[in-house]
Design a protein around this ligand. Sequence first.
Ligand SMILES: Cc1cc2nc3c(=O)[nH]c(=O)nc-3n(C[C@H](O)[C@H](O)[C@H](O)COP(=O)(O)OP(=O)(O)OC[C@H]3O[C@@H](n4cnc5c(N)ncnc54)[C@H](O)[C@@H]3O)c2cc1C
Length: 492
Amino acid sequence: MDYEPVDVLVIGAGNAAANAALAAHEAGARVAMLETAPVDARAGNSAFTGGAFRFVYDGIDELLKLDPSIADLDLANIDFGTYTTEQYFDDMGRLTDYRCDPDLTEVLIGGSYQSALWLKRHGVKFQPALGRQAFKVDGKFKFWGGLACHIHGGGLHLVAALHAALEKARIPVHYDTTAYQLLTGDAGIQGVKARRGGRSFDLRAKSVVLACGGFESNAEMRARYIGPNWDLAKVRGTRFNNGYGHRMAMDIGAASAGHWSGAHAVQWDMNAPPYGDISIGDRFQKHNYPFGVILNARGERFLDEGLDFHSYTYAKYGHEVMKQPGLFAWQVFDQKIVGLLREEYRIARITKETAGTLEELVTKLTGVDPVAALATLKAYNAAPRPDVPFNPNVHDGFRTIGLPIDKTNWAQRLDTPPYHAYGVTAGVTFTFGGLKVSTEAQVLDTSGNPINGLFAAGEIVGGLYYHNYGSGTGLVAGVTFGRIAGEGAARA
Ligand SMILES: Cc1cc2nc3c(=O)[nH]c(=O)nc-3n(C[C@H](O)[C@H](O)[C@H](O)COP(=O)(O)OP(=O)(O)OC[C@H]3O[C@@H](n4cnc5c(N)ncnc54)[C@H](O)[C@@H]3O)c2cc1C
């Protein structure tokens, strides 16, 4: 293998890894990267993302620095609002049952806007998330929280831009090369053992950054840590996040952190392939359920679809689907909502049924008890509601009253045919359990001391997410901790 010893060896080639490598290079280090995937499947989950990017902003001036073309929009009819540090903290606390590591969360939030600017400097483009995070009501868009801009072109653009920056910096990426063991000596980390094409070899480096994602692609680890049946879940993204990073660090005494039995899991087309398909990206997801009704095989509703905006419930509702018989559910909408449905509801590869009546629709929902389903939909329609208007941009309080599980917002009746239904199962996005790191992204050992020369960034870091997750946080965390890890590794 054509490998010269380097100062910093980065494991992975996704968002966290690329930013760590660029930061280490800019700090003066000689850097190389290892990627277990072939070049055409590089960059892990980062390539699959929709590009949501959650950062603190104080108003439109800060957004204009990211995307000057925002000035050309009809700004009188767009309310971008702000997303303050306090709101971000509140969201992280509320969504994780106040378990998120406060020090890491502070670093994440404090660095979030700078991370967006850093990406822009490295060729990544942003655009306002109109239609995804703000609906047009009475001629005006209003953003509901935290996600004013996303990455233009999603993960594929992000990865193309970052890898162009890596090439410009002449940072080599060794593809088809899997790191599986850390090399250590008296002074700390000395590199890794890696495998390529059936051959193993030692790759020397003064420090190593583990940025090789979660363990979601490893069915055995999913079942072992997340629990029964999670080996059966579909994986939304890469098939290459194998969990070696977690294992090799813990093998040399690294401490674990975070919610090892937790994962980000969403409603995902029930006939999607076992792993992500990059030509579809994130569009097997079905995120407009807050405006519809979800039924299980018994024909029952099993959660409050309108509990919150999808950004704040989607990552935990995959778990609710996993608890249902047969591990599937159907989302039901009527024509009043069809115009609001995101693009992901209009792709060709979709599990979809339509019917002119609810009676007919329930007979088309594969695996569902039609009698019970019809009774559930009729009871849902018959439930009393307060006299308030439906408004998708706010928690409208348009709720049902008196159902076994009420729908607490956006509870319009299903009364306008034709009706649409979409079959979903759970798709796991990434795992929450990871390595314990310091605020300097140093991997800590089980006694709490930094392991000399070992850093981690991205989804392999534990401690930020428990139970739930606010959309757009993963990429920001990868950039923020990736930069810190890269700089720290260069110093080391
Ligand atoms: C469908 C989908 C949509 C998403 N949408 C968003 C979104 O809109 N916004 C958001 O913030 N987040 C989103 N996410 C989450 C986001 O993808 C992750 O938070 C982020 O990309 C993780 O980056 P990472 O660098 O830690 O890991 P990854 O991008 O997964 O990169 C890990 C890399 O390590 C490599 N690797 C693994 N093991 C080894 C090994 N042993 N040796 C060498 N290489 C190895 C992998 O091949 C991969 O290249 C989405 C995820 C999915 C799947």
